[in-house]
Ligand binder design. Structure first.
Ligand SMILES: *Cc1c(COP(=O)(O)O)cnc(C)c1O
Length: 392
């Protein structure tokens, strides 16, 4: 608990925040984010069961893919078992392999870096922008200027000698990073851009959906995301050939035939079951309403936190966020710790932003730039309850 010298933070920030959060979410334990099933979920699941199509056959996966493609404006959407595997396949299709390097951010969820490891590559950590919490195009460009060299068919890292094969920024908590500027840097260097859009379904930059700027993008439908299929992921790409390859690779690389079983490479069983897709179809129908309510909650938070002098993470003016998880930026690490302690003690679940990937033992030896902004944010950013409570 807090001692006397913390009275100021407790009285001026923690108590009012808890009271305000309770004014939105009521009494009891308030989770950080919980899913809402307010539509056709049960009916579509029943359809699956009644038709016996609970696994890979049936039309639900196709329906779900069409809905996501249409919503995001991506030419193709390919459903897979989860977001991590969607990133893994996206990297594979971008040509990333053993001994390659992928430029990413240290301020992210571990799945981003795990996916890089699954294809045998190493992450290289570029600092983020303080306002977006996403990869900084300026630091990206600076890193390439000082560490990269064009050689033959690729771009190589002068320090490691390894090929830099892709760039993988992330749209943190749904707030779009400076994706167009990042794309411009990637184009200048001929490095494929893959977007970790796991958290940003419903977020746009210049009216274009996140995850559709790069060669490929990946979305997650895990239970804590803005909508959920229980577990699930989706690859987005405008490239028809890549989409075909993605489908092929994630469905055991089976050569289409009425009855023969032939496989022409080592594929993956990453196909999304129909049951999950059925849930996804029902959730997609509600997405616009969910986004609308989330934007109202975010607006309420914004005006409240302004009155107590606490900063919130805000989208850039040309961007629209899905407001998946609201985030506040506290004064320093001590204030952050006091806030986390007080809110969780009072059953209002809050959580700090992730530990930097560059500090985890698996990635400790990976190359990184100075990560000053990442470190600054790591010490201060806290997520606050952000669920859609009801459709009332
Ligand atoms: C959730 C998430 C993932 C992984 O998605 P899963 O569906 O849980 O595998 C990847 N990256 C980020 C940034 C995420 O938040």
């Amino acid at each position: 608990m807090l001692d006397l010298k913390d009275r100021n933070t407790a009285e001026s920030i923690c108590e009012p925040a808890v009271n305000f959060i309770r004014s939105i979410y009521g009494s009891g334990v308030i989770p950080l984010h919980r899913p809402i099933f307010g539509g056709n979920e049960k009916s579509y699941l029943t359809d699956c069961i009644d038709s016996n199509f609970v696994s890979s056959a049936g039309s639900k996966v196709d329906d779900f893919e069409r809905q996501v493609a249409s919503f995001t404006g991506a030419k193709n959407a390919v459903a897979v078992v989860n977001g991590t595997n969607a990133i893994q396949i996206a990297l594979l299709l971008a040509g990333v392999g053993q001994q390659d390097e992928v430029l990413t951010q240290a301020l992210t969820f571990v799945a981003t870096c795990n996916a890089i490891s699954y294809v045998g590559a190493d992450p290289v950590f570029i600092d983020v922008d303080k306002d977006t919490l996403g990869m900084s195009p300026v630091f990206l460009s600076k890193f390439l200027e000082s560490h990269a060299v064009r050689k033959g068919d690729g771009v190589f890292n002068k320090s490691s000698g390894k090929r830099i094969k892709a760039c993988l920024p992330m749209h943190t908590f749904g707030s779009p990073c400076r994706i167009q500027d990042i794309l411009d840097v990637c184009r200048e260097w001929d490095i494929p851009l893959v977007e970790d859009a796991a958290e940003s379904l419903g977020s746009f930059s210049d009216k274009r959906h996140t995850g559709t700027f790069g060669l490929l993008g990946a979305i997650s439908f895990n239970g804590n995301k803005i909508i959920t299929t229980g577990g699930g992921g989706m690859l987005l790409t405008d490239d028809d050939q890549l989409a075909k390859r993605a489908k092929h690779l994630t469905t055991t690389a089976k050569v289409p035939h009425r009855y023969e079983f032939t496989h022409d490479e080592i594929g993956f069983n990453y196909r999304l079951p129909s049951l999950n897709a059925a849930l996804g179809c029902a959730q997609m129908e509600q997405l616009p309403r969910i986004i609308e309510i989330k934007s109202q909650i975010a607006a309420q938070y914004r005006s409240f936190f302004k009155t107590i002098g606490v900063e919130m993470v805000e989208p850039l003016t040309h961007c629209r966020t899905n407001n998946w998880l609201n985030a506040i930026v506290l004064k320093d690490n001590k204030e952050r710790n006091d806030f986390l302690e007080y809110t969780n003690e009072n059953n209002v679940i809050t959580r700090p932003i992730w530990r930097l990937m560059s500090d985890l033992k698996m990635f400790r030896n990976c190359q990184k730039d100075n990560l000053e902004n990442s470190r600054w944010l790591e010490e201060r950013v806290v997520n606050i309850p952000s669920s859609v409570v009801s459709f009332a």
